[in-house]
Every structure is written in structure tokens, then in C-alpha cells.
Ligand binder design. Structure first.
Ligand code: GTP
Ligand code: SPV
Ligand code: MN
Length: 614
């Protein structure tokens, strides 16, 4: 394919046919874009090529239109602030639909719309919705270029914020057209190339007319009425989790809501670990962990492959391997500071978009927890003047930073490796102030899948709705499974059969509190101590006791030297109360009922075994 930049101006005035603007494009891709242009009737079409110059153009345009506020460029070069509509600050799970011919394909945990009526409804909404606006054509690749799992998507959006964000979060631009071309077979050059059709309009950002619709059978996503990350950056949750989980089930691979980290020991032994925690439950922080001084002195190093999504497959030798499909981080800011996550702080020093944080008088940003003392004043995330006594939050609890992963000082060297990395351990974890111990290990894969499937967590501000209620969040994927959860669980059990030596599975909870509501475990960097035990268990080196819920370390099996946790406190962290476990089993009933009649037998047997151990 010839270079797009030499052939066309970035913007072509509609209704000049985009077909002539992009002669090298597959006619199938072109035809789809033409249809969307006809439907949405944008005034202009802007073809993104992913170049640094183009990013500057888009940022300038965003500043002019009010989508971005330029921050202090001396302190924060290349950084901008975006304030969203106050009604549009988190994922809208109620407005998220799996659209298939039958409801059974979506299953009991998803909102479902019949595919044809969903198209009809959304066609009505999209019709003419970009009048007077620019449509950005954003081609992107999810996954390292050349990876067998890498997928191409094209997002058509009328939001400059979305276009710039996609440029950070994905491998965006001409590279995607090339990858698409590379996928076309020589035998049938006119065959339809495989790509995800992503259509997005923020429209008038009305929550009553907000729909995030997935058509897994058509490899298509239509998102209307929201500009928020998980609803609008369609490569992320929509493609890389919902559509990808469906494709993975069909094609024998897995798309999971997991971080992926490498741990290098003083001896130079490298272990990769993946961990599934629900939204705003610590993936970014764990993935960027900086070990305590003593571990660093000894030579331990943690590196990040990904902080939110992994795609995994079983290689020829029977090992589970994984890639991070993303190229950036869309991370929670509140609570992030130089103590809790210095790597994230470093990553957001440049070329970062901040969404819904406070703006300081000198053009710097602030959020709750950034500094021990709040600033004397700032402009809060809604654009109002703010002082510490105002009783409001300066930053929205779900305010976010969008930074290229290349900014992470601890980026793993394999983050761009198409071959991915081998996974030795999988960790499930939730946010549980009570009941659930700090760490334990599943008896085996099937038990581990049961633990993942029954994962409970207190809800957070990452999704709109109540915060702090325990809900079941199977594999931290409840909002992201793109098909029937019954088939998803069966898929997890089946994948085991392809593996020769499967990863060990663990469960953690960094969030257990004492009677006064204080965290019992210091968390963050100190989680290294737990990770060390997990690595040693995965490699057959550490001791564990058999308990009714799984294998557990004794206090002597975890290094507590140099951390402010007494042996008694550790016992409190690891305590299991039989009555609590019974109540926990009962509270899983709700999930089991959603699966009624469809429950994989392994789930029933594991539950029976647990009950018989009580
Ligand atoms: P998503 O991006 O929504 O998928 O979230 P995430 O899982 O990446 O969550 P993240 O790491 O951003 O953490 C969210 C919140 O949990 C932040 O407010 C953190 O400060 C807090 N947090 C993370 N790790 C720990 C920990 O080890 N202990 C405690 N107490 N809090 C933590
Ligand atoms: C999450 O909610 O799990 C996120 C943020 O990672 S978003 O991409 O907006 O879904
Ligand atoms: Mn997430």
C-alpha cells in the first residue's frame, strides 16, 4: 500500500467522495465508511494517519473547540486537561448491550437487544448526528504489530478527544491500514479483510439516549451518546474485551480484564504473572509496583506489560502466553502519588490527557491524594472554583489519565513483542473490607476457575451506580463478557485441556479492614511480599497449609520483615471464619440463579466440595 500521507490531505470536505481520497483502501472498508458517512452526514471527514504532527493538529483543534485545556507546558509538556459532561464520567453498564439474534447468545448477565432491532433503533439515532461536525476516521491495531492475535479496528467518531485518546491507547494510523493489507490473502485479494467496525458519536451526550451496542456476529460496535473512555474508546472494553472474548471463545484464545507484569529475581529468573481485579481495584497499581527498598537492594525488579487487558493463547509447547493489546494506560488518578505509584506519576509527566481532575492556578493538575496537603485553591473538575473547605471533590473519583505506555519507566522489554510472554500465575482479586483473606491459592485449575467465577467485589466509581456494595464479578469480567457467561466458564475449563503445565491460580484481597475501617495491609509496593510467595508457589518452592478455601501461607511463609504488620495482624488478615464462608456461599446464589440450568458441572461440584469442607 502506498503511503497515505503522500496521497491525500488529512481532511476531505464531505460530500467529496472519500473513495477518491483513499484509492488504496480495500473496497469493503471504503464501502463501510461511505455508508457511515451517508448515515451520519458529517460536514468533514478527517483521516487520521497517527503521525506526531497530526496529534499536534488535533490537540490545537481540541483547544479551540473547548475539548482540551492546555496545561503548563513547562511542567507538563504535551499534557492537556479534558472536562467531560458531568453526566458522563464512568462506564454506563445499563446502556451497554450485546446484540445478537437470540438472547441465549448474550446470556443471563448481559443486557440484550435483538440485533436487527438494535440496528434499526441506532440507525435512527445516528441519522444526521454529525451534521456540521467532523468525522474522524481512526484506524488502529490492538496488539503488538505482527502478533498472531493482533486485530485491526477502524473507529469513526465525532469526538476529537476520542481521536486523540485512541492515538495514545492503540497503535493508531497508517500502520493499521498496512496490517489490514497484510491480512488480505494473495489468493483472493478482493476478499473482505477482518476488521472491527466501530462507529461512535457523542451526539448531545444525553444519558436517556445512550447506547453502547456490540454486534459480535458482525464484528461491529455502535456507541452513541457518551464520550467516556470505556464507552467511547471502542478499541478498549468494547473491542479488546467484549468482541475479543467472543472471538477468543470461537478461536481458542482468551481476552481477559487483567494486568500483566514481569518479576525479575536477584538471580535473573523472570516470571510473568497476570491478575484480574475488577475496575478500580488495583490493576494499574500492581502492574507498576515498585518493590520495597530491601527487595530493590537485593535485585528484584517489576516490569509492566499491561495494566488492564490481556489476550492469551496456548502455544505449541502447551504454555499459556499473553500479550497486552493496548499501547497506553487509561488509569485512575485519585490516590495516585509519588508514594503509592511513582511509575504512574512518571508516566503522566508528558504527552498525557487528564480527564476530570482539578486545575491549579499555575496550569498544573491536582486530585485527591496527589499531595498530603490540598492546594489553597483550584478549579474543580466541573470548572467551578474550589477550596479545601468547599465540601466537594476537586477531581472526580473516577478521573483518569491517558498516557502512552512508552512513558512508563518500568515498561517490560516484551511489551511490544508479538510473541508475547509465558504466564506462570493468574491472580484473582476483589475489594473486600471483610471476610476475604489477603492471599490464598486454588487447589488446582478447576478450583481456580471456580474462585474466579465467584469473585466478589465492592462496586467502585468506575461504573455509574451505587458504590461499595458487594457484587459478583466473575473473573472481573461481568461487564465485559461479550457472550453467554455459561459458554465463557466452559471456555475457561476447556482451555486447561490444551495446556501441559497450566499457570497456578491465586486469590488476593488488598482491601481488608479492621473494626475501625482502616486497611489491615499497607498494599501498593508492599504487595511485593505477597507476589514473592505467589512466584515461589508457582515454581514449587514455597510452603502452604491446606485450608478449607485453598492453600494458605503461614505468617512465617511471608516476609514481614520491614513492614508495619505484626504477626497478629497477619493472622487477622488471613483469618477465615466458617460462618462468613457459609454466608459467602449463600451470596453466590444470585449469580448461580442467573446461570440456572446452565451451570457447568465443574461449578456445581466445586461448590459441593467447598460446602462439604465447611
Ligand atoms: P480500572 O482501570 O478501572 O480497570 O482499575 P484498576 O484495577 O487498574 O485500578 P487502580 O490500580 O487504578 O486502583 C484503583 C484504586 O485502588 C486507586 O484509588 C488506588 O489508590 C487503590 N489501590 C490500588 N492498589 C491498592 C492497594 O494495594 N491497597 C489499597 N488500599 N488501595 C489500592
Ligand atoms: C474500567 O472501568 O475497568 C476501566 C476504565 O478500565 S474504562 O476503560 O473506562 O472502562
Ligand atoms: Mn479496566
Amino acid at each position: 500500500m502506498s503511503d497515505a500521507k503522500t496521497e491525500l490531505k488529512p481532511e476531505s470536505k464531505y460530500p467529496k467522495p472519500p473513495a477518491r481520497a483513499r484509492p488504496a483502501l480495500s473496497r469493503h472498508v471504503q464501502a463501510w465508511i461511505d455508508q457511515c458517512v451517508e448515515l451520519c452526514q458529517p460536514e468533514n471527514v478527517f483521516w487520521c494517519d497517527g503521525s506526531p504532527e497530526e496529534k499536534q493538529t488535533l490537540l490545537k483543534r481540541g483547544v479551540k473547540e473547548g475539548a482540551f485545556i492546555e496545561l503548563n507546558q513547562e511542567k507538563l509538556p504535551g499534557c492537556y486537561l479534558h472536562r467531560s459532561n458531568p453526566n458522563d464520567v464512568a462506564r454506563s453498564e445499563q446502556a451497554t448491550f450485546i446484540c445478537t439474534p437470540s438472547q441465549d447468545m448474550a446470556g443471563g448477565t448481559n443486557n440484550w437487544m435483538e440485533a436487527r432491532s438494535a440496528y434499526a433503533k441506532l440507525r435512527g439515532l445516528f441519522s444526521g448526528c454529525m451534521k456540521g461536525r467532523t468525522m474522524y476516521v481512526v484506524p488502529f491495531v490492538m496488539g503488538p504489530i505482527g502478533s498472531p492475535l493482533a486485530k485491526v479496528g477502524v473507529e469513526l467518531t465525532d469526538s476529537v478527544y476520542v481521536a486523540v485518546s485512541m492515538g495514545i491507547m492503540t497503535r493508531m494510523g497508517t500502520v493499521a491500514w498496512k496490517q489490514l493489507d497484510a491480512g488480505v490473502s494473495a489468493a483472493d485479494p478482493d476478499a473482505e479483510p477482518e476488521f472491527t467496525r466501530c462507529l461512535h458519536s457523542i451526539a448531545d451526550c444525553n444519558p436517556q439516549r445512550r447506547y453502547i451496542c456490540h454486534f459480535p456476529l458482525d464484528n461491529t460496535i455502535w456507541s452513541f451518546g457518551s464520550g467516556y473512555g470505556g464507552n467511547a474508546l471502542l478499541g478498549k472494553k468494547c473491542l479488546a474485551l467484549r468482541i475479543a472474548s467472543f472471538l477468543g471463545q470461537q478461536q481458542d484464545w482468551m481476552a481477559e480484564h487483567m494486568l500483566l507484569m514481569g518479576a525479575t529475581s536477584p538471580e535473573g529468573e523472570k516470571t510473568y504473572v497476570a491478575a484480574a481485579f475488577p475496575s478500580a481495584c488495583g490493576k494499574t497499581n500492581f502492574a507498576m509496583l515498585i518493590p520495597p527498598q530491601k527487595y530493590r537492594d537485593a535485585g528484584w525488579k517489576i516490569t509492566t506489560v499491561g495494566d488492564d487487558i490481556v489476550w492469551m493463547w496456548v502455544d505449541d509447547t502447551g504454555r499459556l502466553r499473553a500479550i497486552n493489546p493496548e499501547a497506553g494506560y487509561f488509569g485512575v488518578v485519585p490516590g495516585t502519588n509519588d508514594q503509592t505509584n511513582p511509575n504512574a506519576m512518571a508516566a503522566m509527566q508528558r504527552d498525557t490527557l487528564f480527564t476530570n481532575v482539578g486545575l491549579l492556578p499555575d496550569g498544573d493538575v491536582w486530585w485527591e491524594g496527589k499531595t498530603p496537603e490540598p492546594p489553597a485553591e483550584c478549579i474543580d473538575w466541573t470548572g467551578q472554583e474550589w477550596t479545601p473547605g468547599s465540601g466537594q471533590k476537586a477531581a472526580h473519583p473516577n478521573s483518569r489519565f491517558t498516557a502512552p505506555m512508552a512513558n512508563n519507566p518500568a515498561l517490560d522489554p516484551a511489551a511490544n513483542d508479538p510473541a508475547g510472554v509465558p504466564v506462570s500465575a493468574i491472580i484473582f482479586g476483589g475489594r473486600r473490607s471483610r471476610v476475604v483473606p489477603l492471599v490464598y491459592q486454588a487447589f488446582n485449575w478447576i478450583h481456580g476457575v471456580y474462585l474466579g467465577a465467584t469473585l466478589g467485589s465492592e462496586t467502585t466509581s468506575a461504573a455509574s451506580g451505587h458504590v461499595g456494595v458487594v457484587r459478583r464479578d466473575p473473573m472481573a469480567m461481568l461487564p465485559f463478557i461479550g457472550y453467554n457467561i455459561r459458554d465463557y466458564l466452559v471456555h475457561w475449563f476447556r482451555m486447561r485441556k490444551k495446556m501441559t503445565d497450566c499457570p497456578r491460580i491465586f486469590h488476593v484481597n488488598w482491601f481488608r479492614t479492621d473494626d475501625r475501617g482502616r486497611f489491615l495491609w499497607p498494599g501498593y509496593g508492599e504487595n511485593m511480599r505477597i507476589l514473592k510467595w505467589i512466584i515461589d508457589r508457582s515454581r514449587g518452592r514455597a510452603y502452604a497449609r491446606e485450608t478449607l478455601i485453598g492453600w494458605m501461607p503461614r505468617s512465617s511463609d511471608i516476609d514481614l520483615d520491614g513492614v508495619d504488620v505484626s504477626f497478629e495482624q497477619f493472622e487477622q488478615l488471613q483469618a477465615i471464619n466458617v460462618d462468613d464462608v457459609k454466608a459467602e456461599v449463600m451470596s453466590q446464589e444470585e449469580l448461580f440463579l442467573k446461570l440456572a440450568g446452565d451451570l457447568p458441572k465443574e461449578m456445581i461440584f466445586q461448590r459441593e466440595l467447598l460446602i462439604s469442607r465447611l
